[in-house]
Design a binder for this molecule. Structure first.
Ligand code: ZN
Ligand code: ZN
Length: 346
């Protein structure tokens, strides 16, 4: 039984057209924006420099040797270095071992930290120039990692504030270069995109962009090159996606000329959350096609159907037993209303 309606009253189970994942939008339990667990009301003003911060005071807390300084090593605004406590170890080859029916491979890869000069310089507070250096650094290091023979997938993330798992207050991004292509989230996206492509003969995300532009209910902001939208089947309330309008499977293909427009959209997304919810914690994930030996540097690019993207996930609701048990998230707002609220912040 298929009805055409704006949305079902009180509870609607929506499906992501690419991954096939279900989410529950239980609006009978509706919350108003002001009922969300927001950033602290009278948060102290966070300074640009803190004596006891390991990223601010790199004389006192030496980091591992820098891999990139932008714009240069003297007047750097963004600096990249290997994580002091890395999740992956740099090596030229990957060893494997078998233990009965179990299999393990050595945790070979890279784990770098991208920091700005100012303690509280990133997300909505950063200047456009600094944010440009930030994304340029991510892109340049991303490109470097994709060319390493031990690397099959690169994950870029930013954990904003402790509520999103950030261990340091100093705003920073992290790049993980892995020897494997992760299952779950990443594989769902890749497999879903491939299946959609095979069935429809075009990219699902390009279709989403076209449809969302026409509907214009979930679009929060757009410029010539990027679109910011509230996804139809969000994992959490006020989730935002940034999609490049032109189809590209890999983030590494982002050019310097396109950076200012990406920065404009990122800023809009983070500033919307700040204005609407007083700087809540959030996670930023960048999804791009794998760089294994069938990836975008090879003639038979098996991920050409994928469309790189950024997800911004505010951490204002808690996953509980039902979500953990089923993988199905329950939210209490509709993305159409989320988009309207986030648009209104400007
Ligand atoms: Zn700092
Ligand atoms: Zn596409």
């Amino acid at each position: 039984m298929i009805h055409s309606t704006r949305s079902f009253k009180d509870s609607e189970i929506r499906q992501d057209p690419i991954t096939g994942k279900w989410v529950v939008l239980a609006t009978a339990r509706a919350k108003k924006p002001e009922d969300f667990n927001k950033g602290e009301k009278n948060k102290e003003i966070i300074p640009d420099y803190k004596q006891d911060c390991p990223f601010c005071n790199q004389e006192k807390y030496p980091q591992r040797p820098t891999t990139l300084d932008l714009p240069n090593s003297e007047d750097w605004r963004v600096r990249v270095f290997p994580n002091k406590y890395p999740a992956f170890i740099e090596k030229d080859s990957i060893a494997e071992r078998q233990e009965g029916l179990y299999r393990a491979i050595e945790g070979v890869g890279f784990h770098e930290v991208v920091v700005g000069r100012d303690h509280n310089g990133y997300s909505y507070r950063a200047s456009n120039t600094d944010l440009m250096y930030f994304y340029k650094a991510l892109r340049d290091r991303y490109l470097y990692f994709t060319k390493q023979p031990t690397v099959n997938y690169v994950q870029v993330i930013e954990n904003h504030l402790q509520g999103a798992g950030a261990s340091l207050e100093h705003v920073h991004g992290q790049i993980f270069a892995l020897p494997i292509v992760p299952t779950d989230e990443v594989l769902d996206l890749l497999d879903g995109a491939e299946k959609y492509y095979q069935k429809n003969k075009h990219c699902g995300y390009c279709d989403i962009i076209q449809f969302e532009k026409r509907e214009n209910t979930r679009v929060i902001f757009e410029n010539d090159l990027f679109i910011l939208l509230a996804p139809f089947a969000p994992r959490v309330s006020y989730e935002q996606w940034i999609l490049p309008k032109e189809h590209h499977s890999g983030f590494e293909r982002l050019t310097d000329l396109e950076l200012p427009q990406l920065v404009e959209v990122v800023k809009r997304a983070t500033e919307g959350l700040n204005k609407g919810f007083n700087d809540p914690a959030y996670n930023m994930y960048l999804y791009s096609s794998p760089c294994d030996d069938t990836g975008s540097y090879y003639p038979q690019d098996q991920y050409a159907h994928f469309h790189w993207q950024i997800h911004i996930i505010p951490r204002m609701q808690m996953s509980a037993g039902f979500e953990m048990a089923t993988g199905v998230e329950i939210s209490t707002t509709l993305p159409e209303q989320d988009a309207e609220y986030l648009r209104k912040q400007f």
